[in-house]
Each structure stands twice: as structure tokens, then as C-alpha cells.
Design a protein around this ligand. Structure first.
Ligand SMILES: Nc1ncnc2c1ncn2[C@@H]1O[C@H](COP(=O)(O)OP(=O)(O)OP(=O)(O)O)[C@@H](O)[C@H]1O
Ligand SMILES: Cc1ncc(CO)c(N)n1
Length: 268
């Protein structure tokens, strides 16, 4: 059930076109029905056609945003999206370590759909070392899982293998996203005693900007509302599938998914 007074937080980059990053996260929190807050790590000059410029914020202002939010409105869940440099990753890990947050969802953002690198290559190792072990759940797509594990992923069997290897890095759960493979959109949830497959039909849509951001923030919102991990992933998978189903043309490139499909399709 929605509860707009339950605080959820995103720590991520800003997408000026509103389809991905912090903007997608806040829309998702609102659509699922929680109170959304944001710590911005970087500004991207981005639209539906691509990413044109990126500027990181200083580690000092990132740290301060986290501290003032936690000291005043402790989130019930949070997600981490774009964190581009080693310096920023270390600062976030150090700052969060003080607060021992529950329900930390990590979306290990590396490359935008349009091919722009959002994580500096040399920062990958610090993400593996400092951030991934803190995660309650991490949600890599297949190229990200390949980068993290070195395993080439061509099918569901490879996804399972890579997922197990990521689990050994320390997160409680791994959700391997299969959106980049052919056929049905199959995601796999792996934990010490959990193995679950979430399958949806593949939707042939042009407008898929922000799918990964939206799924991870939907999981964070559902966890904050008190659903367990399996139910949170199930509901979030349904949400992203419908958001893709009702995605729409805005701008001339890859448009956004529809965060508020439920409201728009409801007869008033
Ligand atoms: N064409 C599709 N039809 C149905 N579901 C899809 C499709 N593409 C992706 N998904 C689902 O959307 C969710 C996000 O997966 P995806 O692999 O696209 O994430 P991502 O690559 O991290 O996204 P982004 O490019 O925004 O970073 C997953 O649940 C995936 O199965
Ligand atoms: C700011 C931002 N974060 C994440 C993504 C996902 O690819 C994006 N395109 N932009």
C-alpha cells in the first residue's frame, strides 16, 4: 500500500531530460507511493538523443547532502545510481558507513543507453571494493555484470554463473537483469537461499530511456513500504514492464518509460 510519508532516497546523477537518473527515481518513488529525497552526485547535460556533457559535484557537497538528510529524515530505503569517480565512491561509502542504512539498492550504472561512459573505467574497482559489499541488493544489467565478473554473458545460464560470482562480493541479493539479451525479458534474483526467475514478454518499444534507474528505485520504494525482497522485485518487475508498455514519444530520440501509466489509464 502507498504511504507518501515513508522516506526513500536516491543518490544519483541528474538527467536534464527527466527520463533517467534522479528525475526517474523521484518519479518512481512518487508513483509507487513513497516520499522521495535526492542526493545529486553529478549533472549530466542529456536528452533523448544522448549524453553531451557531465560534471561531477564535489565530494564535500555530496557528503554534506547525505549527512543532512540522514540526520533529519532517515530514509527507510535508498538507491545508488550514477557515481562516476573513485573519489566520489569512496566518500559515499565512508559517509554511509556511519549511518548503516538498511535496504540499500545499488544500480551499478556504467554506460548510458546511448553509449556514454558514466563511470570512469578506473573507478570500477572501487565500486567492487567499497560499494557492492554494502548492498542489500545490486541490480546489474548484462554488460555491467560482465564488467564486474569478467564472465561473458550470452544466455540465462551465464547470468546465473555471473550472479553467483557477484553474490560472493558481499551483497545480500543480486538481481541479474536480462533486458539486453534476446527473447523474453528474464531477470534472476539470487541470494544465499533464494533463486527466483522473473519473466515478462519482450516489448518491442523504441522508448526505453531510464529502464534500469526506474527498476532499481521501484525496488527501493517497495522495500521501504515493507514488502520482502521477492515481493518487492515481483512488484517492481510488473511496474517496469507496464512503464515500458506505455512508454511514449517525447523528444526525437529514445523517449522515456511512463512512470505514471497507472494514473493516466485509470478512469476517473
Ligand atoms: N524490451 C523490453 N521488454 C520488456 N522488459 C524489458 C525490456 N528491456 C528491458 N526490460 C526490463 O527492464 C528492466 C531493466 O533492464 P535493462 O536491462 O534495460 O536495464 P539497464 O540496461 O540497466 O537500463 P538503462 O539502460 O536504463 O541503464 C529489467 O527488468 C528488464 O528485464
Ligand atoms: C544520470 C543518469 N543516470 C543513469 C543513467 C542510465 O543509463 C543515465 N542515462 N543518466
Amino acid at each position: 500500500m502507498k504511504n507518501y510519508k515513508i522516506p526513500t532516497l536516491t543518490i544519483a546523477g541528474s538527467d536534464s531530460s527527466g527520463g533517467a537518473g534522479v528525475q526517474a527515481d523521484l518519479k518512481t518513488f512518487s508513483a509507487i507511493g513513497t516520499y522521495g529525497m535526492s542526493v545529486i552526485t553529478a549533472i549530466t547535460a542529456q536528452n533523448t538523443k544522448g549524453v553531451f556533457m557531465v560534471e561531477d559535484l564535489s565530494k564535500e557537497i555530496i557528503k554534506k547532502q547525505i549527512e543532512v538528510v540522514f540526520d533529519d529524515i532517515r530514509p527507510k530505503s535508498l538507491k545508488i545510481g550514477m557515481v562516476s569517480s573513485e573519489e566520489i565512491i569512496k566518500e559515499i561509502a565512508k559517509t554511509l558507513d556511519k549511518y548503516k542504512p538498511e535496504n540499500l539498492v545499488i544500480d551499478p550504472v556504467m554506460i548510458s543507453k546511448s553509449g556514454y561512459s558514466l563511470l570512469k573505467p578506473e573507478a570500477k574497482q572501487s565500486m567492487i571494493e567499497y560499494l557492492i559489499p554494502m548492498a542489500y541488493i545490486i541490480t546489474p544489467n548484462t554488460p555491467e555484470a560482465e564488467e564486474i565478473t569478467g564472465i561473458k554473458i550470452d544466455n540465462v545460464e551465464d547470468m546465473k554463473l555471473a550472479g553467483q560470482k557477484i553474490l560472493e562480493l558481499g551483497p545480500k541479493f543480486v538481481l541479474m537483469k536480462g533486458g539486453h539479451l534476446d527473447g523474453d525479458a528474464v531477470d534472476i534474483l539470487i541470494g544465499k537461499d533464494i533463486f527466483k526467475v522473473y519473466k515478462s514478454e519482450r516489448l518491442y518499444r523504441k522508448n526505453t530511456h531510464g529502464t534500469g534507474c526506474t527498476l532499481s528505485s521501484a525496488i527501493a520504494a517497495h522495500l521501504a513500504l515493507g514488502y520482502d525482497i521477492c515481493e518487492s522485485v515481483k512488484r517492481s518487475k510488473e511496474y517496469i514492464t507496464n512503464a515500458i508498455r506505455y512508454s511514449f514519444d517525447i523528444g526525437s530520440g529514445v523517449g522515456p518509460v511512463h512512470h505514471f501509466y497507472e494514473i493516466e489509464n485509470k478512469k476517473i
